[in-house]
Design a protein around this ligand. Structure first.
Ligand code: SF4
Length: 417
């Protein structure tokens, strides 16, 4: 196919307003870090952001910064700096690229606006180990560097049903953070303010789910690759009404695409579920690869991980605890397979791509027989790709192309049979 006839990635117009919103958020963080009257809290991406916002903290998410470093393809040069401090090349490459960037004094945020000089110095770092232990170690490094408190919640791992005992334990740990947060922020805890933020966050979740659910239409109006960009406000601005306003605009645009029968992938023929982390340094290349094969990656565990339907302003601590414990990553394989089964059904999926990210075993679900079970027990074609979220030295572009094309051929043969 000559270049002129090659299908092009269709830009979602709302991405522009999202860029402005994210810029404003980064600038506000930079201003907060310079203003002695304001306090900055660093938070893990599925940490208790609502609680921090209720105290008036400006909340910064290092994982978002890690993803920016990956997308900007800066990570491979920076990771060795963290390795030199004893942080292994095998641990989370968000952690190593982020610490490496800090040591090098660089950040992609500085390119967003000249008022941003780097990451905003923290007054406190707050983690939740619901994703992995790496986030705690990551924050402890910065806690030592800035000499500020590192506090957090220790979550369960590998659980099936979420029981009251789990929820009460996590809610209790969150409530126990309150006195320290009052001390650091200089603000008295206000349950009504927390209810308000939890309500906004819940609404953000509903809207984000609505965005992702539009991809159940055939053709789907957006792809997983669009979703990884559009999820920014759901990650860093949940609990802030501006995120909700953005998603309302985006939903209107996606609904219009559905009404007009306009798919994100021209002549969409195959629908794929992406299990695992994005490959941040190859988003565009991978989006193009699927596009050229008339395949749409319609749904993913990753983008769905910021849907917190259990948040309830009437019962803020218990509902935050439930929402942050019900996460896919916290659950056992039996639950995960039930969850994926439902996704395959809702999104009319033809096959599953498992990304085995070398430095994130926590978000790689291909290591204990799941792809094989899907093929053998459920007759669902699967493909396992070896790669990484940020460390592009662990990604083989040739293998990705060859394996994805072979997988699509396999899907085509099944359709023709
Ligand atoms: S879940 Fe994976 S990518 Fe996320 S912080 Fe933990 S190790 Fe890193």
């Amino acid at each position: 196919m000559n270049d002129e006839r090659k299908p092009k990635i269709k830009r979602i117009a709302s991405t522009k307003s999202m860029g402005l919103l994210m810029r404003d958020y980064f600038v506000e963080l930079a201003e907060a870090a310079e203003d002695p009257g304001r306090k900055v809290a660093w938070c893990t991406s599925v940490g208790p952001a609502e609680l921090l916002r209720s105290f008036g903290f400006d909340v910064y998410f290092p994982e978002n910064h890690g993803a920016m470093l990956g997308s900007a393809r800066m990570a491979a040069d920076l990771i060795p700096r963290a390795n030199a401090l004893g942080y292994s090349p095998d641990i989370c490459s968000y952690l190593t690229s982020d610490v490496g960037a800090f040591l090098a004094g660089v950040s992609p945020m500085t390119k967003v606006d000249e008022r941003i000089k780097g990451v905003p110095g923290p007054d406190v770092l707050v983690f939740n180990t619901n994703q992995c232990r790496d986030v705690q170690d990551w924050f402890l490094w910065y806690g030592r560097h800035f000499d500020v408190p590192v506090i957090g919640v220790h979550s369960y791992a590998g659980i099936g049903d979420v029981r009251d005992l789990h929820v009460k334990s996590i809610a209790g740990q969150m409530e126990a953070l309150v006195p320290e947060l009052e001390r650091i922020s200089g603000t008295k805890f206000d349950i009504d303010r927390l209810r308000e933020v939890v309500g906004l966050s819940r609404r953000c979740s509903e809207l984000w789910k609505e965005v992702l659910d539009t991809a159940s239409a055939r053709p789907a109006p957006l792809t997983f690759f669009d979703g990884t960009i559009l999820m920014g406000p759901a990650v860093v601005l949940r609990g802030d009404s501006r995120a909700n306003e953005f998603y309302e605009t985006l939903i209107a645009e996606l609904r219009q695409r559905i009404d007009e029968g306009e798919g994100a992938v021209e002549d969409e023929a195959y629908r794929i579920y992406w299990e695992g982390m994005p490959i941040w340094g190859r988003l565009r290349a991978n989006a193009t690869l699927f596009l050229e094969n008339r395949a749409c990656v319609v749904a993913s565990t990753y983008c769905n991980s910021w849907i917190f339907q259990d948040l309830d302003p009437e019962d803020p601590f218990m509902s935050m605890a439930r929402a942050y414990t019900k996460l896919f990553i916290v659950r056992n394989d039996e639950f995960k397979e039930r969850y994926i089964d439902e996704m395959l059904d809702v999104f009319s999926v033809d096959g599953i791509l498992f990304h085995d990210a070398k430095t994130c075993p926590n978000n790689s679900n291909s290591r204990y027989g799941m792809p094989e079970r899907y093929v053998e027990d459920k007759g669902v074609p699967t493909l396992v790709i070896n790669g990484d979220l940020n460390d592009m030295r662990l990604v083989s572009d040739e293998q990705m192309v060859t394996n994805v094309e072979a997988f699509i051929e396999q899907l085509a043969e099944r359709k023709d049979a």
